[in-house]
Design a protein around this ligand. Structure first.
Ligand code: UD1
Ligand code: CA
Length: 456
């Protein structure tokens, strides 16, 4: 049976009070609409159409790598009208369409699979997901006669009796494509909000004697984010879910409550994560890694057995067994080798650092390529910027850079070289050389007494 999905993402979301479309607000580091698209993929629904309207160009841009199609809803006249705008996508198709809300990011792939299965097994025209909640304020209510679903009534259109119903509409459905397309023409906007409600399709199909089913699921999965408060609620639920998944995979989280792991981060077993760490984007962490408190790691690859203390690592790679921090700042496009050391107050920018190289303290390395087995003394600066252009520095293997050295780029330091502490290096240094580039020391005997400064 053919399966496809429509994701409603055209609304501005006035209640979230934002200049960007609601569905682009992030939960655990990923836009809500991208959560829903990824969930479709995990549930093996490949043909996905996203309905865009408010901020259409931005929504398209942020979802452009997902291999989906779009329908445009120029004016937001309600969720039913939104689906109608996807009729071109649905036309001529036979099978089942899932309709999802771009602002409900917590739905699980297995729940989506269950929804499609139940819909097909029962031979329904429509199947909806619902939930029992203490306070269903704002949600559409599911009106039943016995077990049978009769219709959905929006909160603002509810009678006092209907307001007492605790079963809410999750706004996640499966429809027989042809039945849905036919009913869309029958929607009216004769209601309190003057909108074409998708929810009315349920009552229309029921009145035509078609079969409508519902699955009651956990409220947590159904949360629709309309406000910043609900955004934070969704964040907390997803954060807990992600943390549990990693712990069940063999990762130690010392304090899950203060551990923030993005939705797409991968971590291997026996890695230990201390409190107050933030792991973002497409970060991949190997096994046996220790991340001590207070680090932010974004879009980076951390190999096995790395130890990181209180550092920031962005768009970079750290090789096996390397230690980082405390207080290191590794900026984008840096590649650090294996068993290397990037110590305290060290900043690395767009540079390669070879295996076993030690950059232990108070050093800046930018736009440089550094070989293996080098040692940087405290306070080395790669002077990569001349005020106009960034220049490159090259340092070979087995080089010893003395403390407080300036390497004025562009400059090349060959293999097996030494640079004397306090040097400002402006010329290349050849293999086997010691470079000294500072004024020779002069000692003046008796100077203190002659100046009358002797305190004895
Ligand atoms: C909707 C349901 C309600 C359900 C609730 C669950 C309707 C009429 N109501 O209400 O029964 O309990 O979700 O969260 O469907 N959108 C468009 N175009 C539009 C209007 C909305 O694309 O013209 C999109 C929005 O971007 C959003 C989604 O549809 O992603 C839901 O719209 P929203 O206005 O949040 O509906 P609710 O009032 O929450
Ligand atoms: Ca909503």
């Amino acid at each position: 049976m053919y399966k496809c999905a429509i994701i409603l993402a055209a609304g501005q979301g006035t209640r979230i009070k934002s200049d960007i479309p609601k569905v682009l607000h992030k939960v655990c580091g990923k836009e809500m609409v991208n959560h829903v698209i990824d969930t479709m993929r995990k549930a093996s629904i490949d043909d996905v159409n996203v309905i865009v309207g408010k901020g259409a160009e931005l929504v398209k841009e942020k979802t452009s790598f997902k291999n989906i199609t779009y329908s445009l809803q120029e004016e937001q006249l309600g969720t039913g009208h939104a689906v109608k705008c996807a009729v071109e996508f649905l036309k001529g198709k036979k099978g089942v369409v899932g309709v999802f809300a771009g602002d409900a990011p917590l739905i699980k792939p297995e729940t989506v699979e269950n929804l499609f299965n139940e819909h097909l097994v029962k031979g329904n025209s429509a199947t909806l997901l619902t939930s029992m909640v203490e306070d269903p304020t704002g949600y559409g209510r599911v009106v039943r006669a016995g077990d049978e679903v009769l219709k959905i009534v929006e909160h603002k259109d509810c009678s006092p009796e209907e307001l007492k119903i605790r079963e809410m509409n999750a706004a996640i459905y499966c429809f027989d494509i042809e039945s849905l397309v036919e009913s869309l023409d029958k929607l009216s906007n004769d209601n309190n909000q003057g909108e074409y409600y998708l929810t009315d399709v349920i009552g229309i199909l029921k009145n035509e004697g078609k079969k409508v089913g519902a699955i009651v699921i956990d409220y947590e999965e159904t949360i629709g984010v309309n406000s910043r408060v609900q955004l934070a609620e969704a964040e907390e639920i997803l954060r807990n879910r992600i943390n549990l998944m990693h712990m069940n995979n063999g990762v130690t989280l010392i304090d899950p409550k203060s551990t923030y792991i993005g939705a797409d981060v991968e971590i291997e077993r026996d890695t230990v994560i201390y409190p107050n760490n933030v792991l973002e984007g497409n970060t991949k962490i190997g096994k046996g890694v220790i991340i001590y408190p207070n680090s932010r790691i974004s879009n980076s690859e951390i190999d096995d057995f790395v130890e990181i203390q209180a550092s920031v690592i962005l768009d970079s790679k750290i090789g096996e067994g390397t230690t980082v921090g405390p207080f290191a700042y590794i900026r984008p496009d840096s590649v650090i080798g294996n068993n290397a050391r990037i110590g305290d107050f060290v900043e690395i920018k767009k540079s390669n650092i070879g295996n076993n190289t030690k950059v232990s303290h108070l050093t800046y390395i930018g736009d440089a390529s550094v070989g293996e087995n080098c040692n940087f003394g405290c306070g080395t600066v790669v002077v990569n910027y001349d005020g106009k252009v960034k220049h490159k520095t090259e340092i070979g293997n087995n080089s010893f850079i003395g403390c407080n050295t300036n390497l004025v780029s562009p400059v090349k330091i060959s293999d097996n070289t030494y640079i004397a502490a306090g040097s400002t290096i402006t010329n290349n240094v050849n293999e086997g050389e010691l470079a000294v580039a500072r004024a020779r020391q002069v000692n003046i005997p008796g100077w203190v007494a002659k100046k009358g400064l002797d305190k004895k």
